[in-house]
Design a binder for this molecule. Structure first.
Ligand code: LIP
Length: 296
């Protein structure tokens, strides 16, 4: 059981009567329904369209997954707002917003690489404003491996598979030179060039890096110790909302370029023993090579 995590976003109150365990159960149910859809109904000729660049694509299954997720959530919680990676969010009156990435790791899905996720998080506050929201429940499902990472605030982080559920705890690694570090890259060539400069300086300082292609799964990999640390620039709330909560509930330390709040400029996370050195390293390299907001 992960320790209850102190608020990483002071000033974002969680209503005392909010049943965060029930929100977690709903996130799990909805993620599983969308996971079945993207696996069982994937067409042979998967249609795609371009977004921010030729390599940033959305598939018809991203869109169908988000439509299903928002429909199921509206049936159960009609007064909640919703914010998804694809078009089609909605406003609400309950104070809860569902932050959804219908397929995180779309490129992996397109190439049938079994490392993509349906990410569903319930947040309080305003997810459009960095530092003004926090996740209170979430689920990250890899439909290709049937691995479900899930958590609610104060309830610990869990990995559920067909073989049962396991409580998650982050790595106890304290030595940067022995740390396995995950990262990812944006879609704009100019940004990727700058991110590569960060990587060139980081790689000799750590054990090795892994670039799996899904921020949600990378955050969950830190939660279960498959990674000692993870960092990335350019992430949106939907990439990280559920995975951040899973990592925090597993005992991770998480932050951004200047403080405890992750945002598009930088998201980093690790176990507590590695956090001071890792945060100093990735913050310094990001300031040097990616000054200013990420471009894509
Ligand atoms: C992905 C992120 C990943 C990043 C990829 C991509 P998407 O999100 O989860 O961390 O490195 O470039 O942005 O676009 O597949 O939902």
């Amino acid at each position: 059981m992960g320790a209850a995590v102190p608020p990483v976003v002071p000033g974002v109150p969680v209503p005392a009567d909010l049943d965060v365990a029930a929100l977690e159960r709903l996130a799990v149910d909805v993620a599983r329904a969308a996971g079945r859809l993207v696996v069982d109904e994937r067409p042979a000729d998967l249609g795609t369209s371009e977004k921010s660049s030729r390599t940033d694509v959305v598939t018809e299954m991203d869109q169908r997954s988000q439509e299903l997720i928002l429909e199921l959530l509206a049936q159960q919680r009609p007064d909640d707002a919703a914010l998804g990676e694809e078009e089609g969010g909605r406003t609400g009156t309950s104070g809860v917003t569902w932050v959804v990435d219908p397929i995180d790791g779309t490129t992996n899905y397109l190439y049938s690489v079994p490392a993509y996720a349906v990410s569903v998080a319930a947040v309080v506050g305003d997810p459009a404003v960095p530092g003004a929201w926090r996740a209170v429940a979430g689920a990250v499902l890899n439909p290709a491996t049937d691995e479900l990472f899930h958590a609610h605030l104060g309830g610990g982080a869990w990995l559920t598979t067909p073989r049962g559920s396991t409580a998650l705890r982050v790595s106890a690694e304290t030595d940067l030179a022995l740390s396995l570090v995950g990262t990812g890259f944006g879609y704009a060539a100019a940004t990727r060039a700058r991110q590569a400069h960060v990587l060139v300086e980081l790689l000799p300082r750590v054990r090795d890096i892994r670039r799996a292609g899904s921020a949600a799964l990378d955050l969950c990999a830190v939660a279960c110790g498959r990674l000692d640390a993870y960092y990335e620039t350019g992430l949106n709330a939907w990439d990280r909302a559920a995975g951040e909560l899973v990592a925090l509930e597993a005992g991770a330390v998480l932050g951004g370029l200047d403080g405890d709040v992750a945002d598009r400029d930088l998201t980093w996370t690790s176990g507590p023993g590695l956090a001071p050195a890792f945060a100093e390293l990735v913050r310094g390299l990001t300031r040097t090579h990616l000054a200013g907001p990420a471009q894509d």
